[in-house]
Design a protein around this ligand. Structure first.
Ligand code: HAM
Length: 418
């Protein structure tokens, strides 16, 4: 028997219904805030990801699903959506005539991480990217929007964690400070962190080893080492959030696992999620568009991890079951033939109905109608057929009436009967 690969899963009904409803709610808010949908490819050239996310990140160094195709081209399944959104923004010159553009996307992402609760190798994101504005107003607006999404979903137990990771200028000063600190700790750090301390020191904060984290407790933090402009930007974001009544917690360790971030960085976390506690994350990436070969255009975005978000909502979301309005009880071969036509006509008219393809006796078909929780059944036997009649029965009350088959279909949209 085949099984889905490790860390990859099916979303079965009725869970799929919850997903659809959550996705619709999020997309509605995104559209209300002026974001337009972009559909992005599931695989791209590997270099797009290595260059944008950074070679020293866990995603690129350890987690990409990369392959060479028959033409010897190197591709990777997308581990996230920002790189593709930037690529599309540049490829289609979406920055003309105005650089201001807001896009959202959704779909599966792929990372070869060790599977555990809330961590999958194929997982789903809804992401949003806003290009062309460096104002802190936009940062705050994005966070207001995320709060609204949580409100619309009735999600209450979550926290916004906030940090600023500065810009390359503040970071070059900070880098030296951090490297000096790490140098003194080097013999206590894991091999990865020893390497990172030389190549990309800020990535040491991503290390999952508790031992390394202990050693980093007293390390200098980037938010304490911002230049004037980045500090001012961060102050304004915090003031705007306060003015909008958005609570947040400063987390100086929040550096996000991708290299492209500048200034504002944030995550939405919930204690109900266990170790994998972030159900959304994002931030500014003011340098990425230029780094990818485009004009100098600032941007900010985020992605919601749908698997984690849905797991938070699942217990509380009770959606109506997908039950038929009508069940057709068809007695005898001819009735089944006629009933089948009726079934298709009713469905075409938008009435949810089902029938028994095996055509058992009255009792067994009635049982099936009950099991499917149909509200009505239509009974068609040889006698009814001869007269071109059909019996409409309300399942709960047992009340029935005899109708002409033609009448049933003529009365549009059948509202007279149900
Ligand atoms: P990220 O933090 O890597 O950011 O992912 C965003 C969210 O995706 C996480 O907070 C988490 O909920 C979910 N996620 C990540 N990995 C997994 C996994 N293995 N299993 C289940 N859920 C997962 C990004 O991807 C950035 N592209 C976000 C962004 C957009 N920044 C700016 N624009």
């Amino acid at each position: 028997m085949f099984k889905a690969p490790k860390g990859v899963r099916d979303i079965l009904p009725p869970q799929s219904k919850t997903w659809r409803s959550v996705e619709n709610t999020i997309q509605q808010v995104l559209e209300d805030f002026g974001f337009d949908e972009i559909r992005l490819p599931v695989f791209e050239s590997s270099e797009l990801f290595t260059r944008s996310i950074g070679t020293e990140t866990d995603i690129v160094a350890k987690e990409m699903y990369s392959f060479t195709d028959r033409g010897d081209r190197n591709y990777s399944l997308r581990p996230e959506g920002t790189a593709s959104a930037v690529r599309a923004y540049l490829e289609h010159q979406l920055y003309t005539p105005s650089p201001y553009r807001k896009l959202y996307y959704s779909g599966p992402m792929f990372r070869s991480e060790r599977p555990q609760a809330g961590r999958y190798r194929q997982f789903f994101q809804i992401g949003a990217e806003a290009f062309g504005v460096d104002s802190p107003y936009l940062d705050a607006e994005i966070l207001v929007m995320l709060k609204l999404i949580c409100q619309r979903l009735n999600l209450t137990e979550w926290e916004l964690q906030l940090n600023s990771v500065g810009c390359p200028v503040c970071r070059s000063n900070y880098r030296q400070k951090l490297q000096d600190y790490l140098q003194a700790q080097v013999s206590f750090l894991c091999e990865d962190c020893q390497r990172r301390s030389q190549t990309n020191p800020m990535r040491v904060f991503d290390c999952k080893s508790a031992h390394c984290q202990e050693r980093l407790a007293a390390a200098p933090r980037v938010a304490d080492n911002l230049g004037d402009e980045c500090r001012e930007h961060f102050e304004q974001v915090k003031n705007l959030l306060a003015a909008q009544g958005i609570e947040y917690k400063l987390n100086p360790n929040l550096v996000r696992g991708l290299d492209y971030y500048t200034r504002t960085a944030f995550e939405l976390v919930s204690t109900k999620l266990g170790a994998q506690n972030a159900f959304a994350g994002g931030g500014r990436y003011d340098g990425l568009v230029e780094e990818m070969g485009g004009p100098s255009i600032p941007a900010i975005g985020f992605a919601i991890g749908m698997d984690r978000l849905v797991s938070l909502l699942e217990e509380r979301l009770t959606l109506p079951e997908n039950r038929p309005l009508v069940y057709l009880i068809l007695l005898g071969e001819q009735a089944q033939c006629e009933g089948y036509n009726l079934l298709l006509k009713l469905r075409t008219a938008g009435i949810k109905c089902e029938m028994d393809y095996q055509s058992g006796g009255m009792k067994s078909q009635m049982k099936k109608a009950d099991k499917m929780q149909a509200e009505y059944c239509l009974i068609l036997g040889e006698t009814e057929l001869k007269e071109q009649n059909i019996i409409l029965r309300q399942m709960q009350s047992g009340q029935q009436q005899t109708l002409k088959i033609d009448d049933l279909l003529r009365v549009s949209p059948f509202g007279k009967y149900w």
